[in-house]
Write a protein of this length. Structure first.
Length: 329
């Protein structure tokens, strides 16, 4: 049933995507902000309460609802799966940013492309040269694809196999949003944020994302240049501050043969500062902390799109085979 739930959700999302300003995002935003205001008393132990209410409570609610619905009807349970996946999984939740930037670059309108990137990632991209602009678009698109598709997909399948329906999808989405919300509030809004809460939300999401990140990287290697992807994974993953992001980006860079990483311009992606001094090879040092490969070009955007879609097909086929084996067995 999990295969059909994922397939139907992806098909529905392609036909009728959520609007850019949708009530789901607004509700999650309000929920996480409310929990921070009402449960964070400023002490380290309170951060666990905030995170638990923000992330675990919605996941637990979904789990209970699914179990109640499943007792009434398997068909209704499938519909519930599809509905929750439609709200938590899909390309169209971020792809409009990527498409706008790609279309602007196709027209030669780099100013509009920089403005779209700034609106998407809430950073100053006005001084980025073209190659750096392309690099950041590729990096953000790869990470967004992982967090909106592959990470949700992994935890949905795991919890669904345990008979808990879309609980895993909601858990992953809430953990990811919580981590991003507190970092955004602290960095961009200039609002006071509890450093303990910020650190905890990041640490918990890194833990939850540990296995999905490696599965995503492995999928990129299988559907891309396997040897180069694995080599880049082993050699260059440490160029990024956060290991999960480094593994995904290094493997993708090797899979399509593009150079990612490098010295970020002032004000750009301050939450993912690079640890260039940890580069493990001379080649990485010579490339100023970047992976090996060609400088980013416009054609690499289409290569990345193809890489992501082939990986989606790969995991759907594997899930279909597992579902078939379960039925036959």
């Amino acid at each position: 049933m999990s295969f059909f739930a994922v397939l139907f959700a992806l098909l529905i999302e392609q036909i009728k995507p959520l609007s850019r300003q949708n009530w789901v995002h607004d509700a999650i935003f309000a929920w996480v902000r409310w929990t921070g205001r009402n449960f964070d008393a400023g002490k380290p132990r309170h951060t666990w309460v905030v995170w638990g209410v923000s992330v675990l409570a919605p996941a637990l609610l979904v789990c209970v609802l699914f179990l109640l619905i499943e007792r009434q009807s398997k068909l209704l349970a499938l519909a519930f799966d599809v509905a929750l996946l439609y709200l938590t999984l899909g390309f169209r939740q971020f792809s409009h940013h990527f498409t706008d930037i790609r279309d602007a670059l196709d027209r030669g309108d780099e100013a509009t492309a920089r403005r779209c990137l700034a609106e998407w990632r809430h950073l100053d991209a006005s001084e980025l040269p073209r190659t750096e602009l392309l690099r950041h678009v590729i990096e953000h698109a790869l990470l967004a694809a992982h967090r909106h598709v592959f990470g949700v997909f992994f935890w949905f399948v795991v919890f669904s196999a345990l008979g808990l329906g879309p609980t895993g999808a909601v858990l992953y989405r809430m953990a990811e949003f919580s981590s991003r919300f507190w970092a955004y509030r602290h960095r961009t809004l200039g609002a006071p944020a509890d450093d303990h809460l910020l650190a905890l939300s990041r640490r918990m999401f890194q833990t939850i994302d540990h296995v999905p990140a490696r599965m995503t990287a492995f999928g990129f290697a299988v559907v891309g240049n396997f040897e180069e992807a694995i080599g880049a994974w082993r050699r260059d993953a440490s160029l990024w501050l956060y290991p999960n992001e480094g593994i995904i980006l290094a493997a993708a860079a090797g899979a399509v043969g593009v150079r990612l990483g490098g010295a970020a311009a002032p004000g750009v992606t301050p939450d993912r500062s690079k640890t260039f001094t940890d580069g493990s090879t001379a080649d990485a040092t010579e490339a100023h902390g970047a992976t090996q490969g060609m400088q980013p070009q416009l054609g690499h955007l289409q290569s990345v799109v193809g890489l992501v879609w082939r990986s989606v097909v790969l995991w759907l086929l594997l899930l279909a085979l597992l579902s078939l084996a379960n039925v036959v067995g």
